[in-house]
Design a protein around this ligand. Structure first.
Ligand code: 4NP
Length: 161
């Protein structure tokens, strides 16, 4: 429960160039809409794309939906993330396992699967659109938007700032 505390949310996928940048963008927009004072970031369990901007297809789908994610840069999850963020959400099961595997003993963040936030979608993964076509990115946007709305509503109702 928040009780006036400031939440900080980290979204995690594999490369941090397709799915988690969209989750970051969608949640940033939804949090702003609800007036939540929250830190938002994203990262990858893999570091191959560190320093890269989001995939152009992610930038495009966000832009079509009124959100600019072009300024984001990929990074790998770090041990400190588990102590500095209050909530960390994995986009799929592999990355949830990856997070749990590298979490330090003194981790304080609540760690969960992103779509567990969405009633009726519990246990479902946000599919990796990287090797597919453009339509897959619309599916990703829809998934992360549902989760972003549910999360913003939950944080507001729990009393986070
Ligand atoms: P993401 O998608 O995890 O949603 O960012 C991927 C991006 C890059 C790779 C895999 C997935 N890759 O293998 O480089």
């Amino acid at each position: 429960m928040g009780e006036g505390m400031r939440a900080s949310v980290l979204f995690v996928c594999l490369g941090n160039i397709c799915r988690s940048p969209l989750a970051e963008g969608a949640f940033r927009a939804e949090a702003a809409r609800l007036g939540l004072d929250v830190t938002v970031d994203s990262a990858g369990t893999g570091g191959w794309h560190a320093g890269d901007p989001p995939d152009p297809r992610s930038v495009a789908v966000a832009r079509r939906n009124g959100v600019d994610i072009s300024g984001q840069r990929a990074r790998k999850v770090a041990k400190d993330d588990f102590r500095t963020f209050t909530h960390i959400y994995a986009l799929d099961h592999d990355n949830l396992e990856g997070l749990r595997a590298v979490a330090p003993r003194d981790a304080t963040a609540e760690i969960g699967l992103l779509l567990d936030l969405v009633r009726g979608d519990e246990g479902r993964a946000v599919a990796d659109p990287y090797y597919g076509d453009d339509a897959g990115f619309d599916v990703t946007w829809r998934d992360v938007t549902m989760a972003a709305k549910a999360l913003a509503k939950r944080l507001a109702s729990e009393g986070w700032k």
